[in-house]
Design a protein around this ligand. Sequence first.
Ligand SMILES: [Zn+2]
Length: 256
Amino acid sequence: MAGDPTDTPLVISAGDGCFIRQAIDNMGWCDMGDYILVVDALEDAPLEGEVMAAIAETVGDKPVRYVLNTHTHYDHVSLNGAFVDRFGAEIVNQRTTTIDPAGRVFESPGRKVCMIPMPGCHTREDCVIWAPDDRVLFAGDIFGWGLIPSGGLLNAELRGLLRNTYQRLIDFDAEIVVPGHGPVCGAAELVRWVEYFDWLLETVGGMAAAGKSDGDIKATVTPPDDMLGWWRFVAWKHADALSKVLTSARRGALDA
Ligand SMILES: [Zn+2]
């Protein structure tokens, strides 16, 4: 059996001075000339030494001036304090500061990084970070390798928000999409997820409307073949997505 790609953390070079640390919890950093900008800060505080060493090894001994959090769930912020203590870094997320809906831009002579609020898919504080020179998009937990990012009932408003947000992500035409967790991917996986989402809504919604039982629906709506290799998708994400759609169908949200 092939190993889980997140068993061993991997530092991926995504352009000159832009790096992604791929693991169960992802983070990244960009060389901004005089300083380093970090995106997300993991769940495990004991990783501090390893992360600081990886940053110094790849971009040199420069101060981390900004830490951008895609959202403030515990698994994205645990090293925030370490960056503050070591460098006096400014923590930037939708709790610490007001971010213009059009985005906040961090610019150095060789690189631009944009932090753009896209609230509502996973949390009210969601932001994505887009590095246009590197064509890298940090999508946070908006993309979860098959997960429906929201826990809310899938009424028309939420369905529209998810589709619109995904379209905005797809329109970046990123070369590397960094999910909050698991292997990096590309824009094609974002496109595929929207198709999967629409297929689930239609298939599960249709079967529920036709009076099929939960057991029947769960046995019939199996993971699509081309998504069998998606990270942790067959193990639990497909079942989770199916169950969210089914709950929404049973509560009448799909018609609303
Ligand atoms: Zn997360």
